[in-house]
Design a protein around this ligand. Structure first.
Ligand code: PGA
Length: 249
């Protein structure tokens, strides 16, 4: 039984925009006609979380792009899930490839962050994905299973988790995975979840694809049986994000 009813489209604004440009984007989203069975969440820079939450229509969710693994303390520059919740924000993106590979976050740290964010009642968009050399070496499955394993060890309630498969070679490169490549990994991840977590989780967890998703390629990707949505970087800052949200409409 497939119970993944809602499509999920996240926008990851990364470290882009200002109040003026993001305000324009927010007006476009607020007035757009959005497919009602698609859950939409915008990942705002932490300093703009309150701004994004107060300006976006309530039907659109907001996500932080990172958080720390404890509620408070002497951790200069970090933000906690409790603070994110306090800004009225319900989601956090964790384990993004830029956190892993630019800022050197380990699987272990990402796992701890996932556990604490969920305990703090945030929804988590947990990101995994192989690098180009790993794909070329034929180790894609090994890499994404190992990353998913650490996430799984830290999840008690899967209803608040979305798994984002984002091949590192496709992020910000304009080189999208083909629908077949995305479907193949998503299907294998679902089988891994069935074998290692549970059938219920395998059936219900939304596995979304990220990496150079655009209005031009989203429909074909969205038509794949195991692609339950997207995490969108560059195109989420443009009006075409609306077309991506409506990919399954
Ligand atoms: P991109 O980024 O759509 O610009 O490739 C995706 C992501 O980093 O989530």
């Amino acid at each position: 039984m497939v119970i993944r009813i809602n499509f999920f489209v996240g926008g990851n604004w990364k470290m882009n925009g200002n109040k003026e440009s993001l305000g324009e984007l927010i007006s476009t989203l607020n007035t757009a006609s959005l497919h009602d069975q698609t859950e939409v969440v915008c990942g705002a820079p932490s300093i703009y979380l309150g701004f994004a939450r107060s300006s976006l229509d309530p039907r659109i969710g907001v996500a932080a792009q990172n958080c720390y693994k404890v509620a408070k303390g002497a951790f200069t520059g970090e933000i906690s899930p409790a603070m994110i919740k306090d800004c009225g924000v319900d989601w956090v993106i964790l384990g993004h490839s830029e956190r892993r590979h630019v800022f050197g976050e380990s699987d272990e740290l990402i796992g701890q962050k996932v556990a604490h964010a969920l305990e703090s009642d945030l929804g988590v968009i947990a990101c995994i994905g192989e690098k180009l050399e790993e794909r070329e070496a034929g180790t894609t499955e090994e890499v994404v299973y190992a990353q998913t394993q650490v996430i799984a060890e830290n999840v008690k309630d899967w209803s608040k988790v979305v798994l984002a498969y984002e091949p590192v070679w496709a992020i910000g490169t304009g080189k999208t995975a083909t629908p077949e490549q995305a479907q193949e990994v998503h299907e294998k991840l679902r089988a891994w979840l069935r074998a290692n977590v549970s059938g219920d989780v395998a059936d219900s967890l939304r596995i979304i694809y990220g990496g150079s998703v655009t209005a031009a390629n989203c429909k074909e990707l969205a038509a794949q049986g195991d692609v339950d949505g997207f995490l969108v970087g560059g195109a989420s800052l443009k009006p075409e994000f609306v077309d991506i949200i409506n990919a399954r409409a």
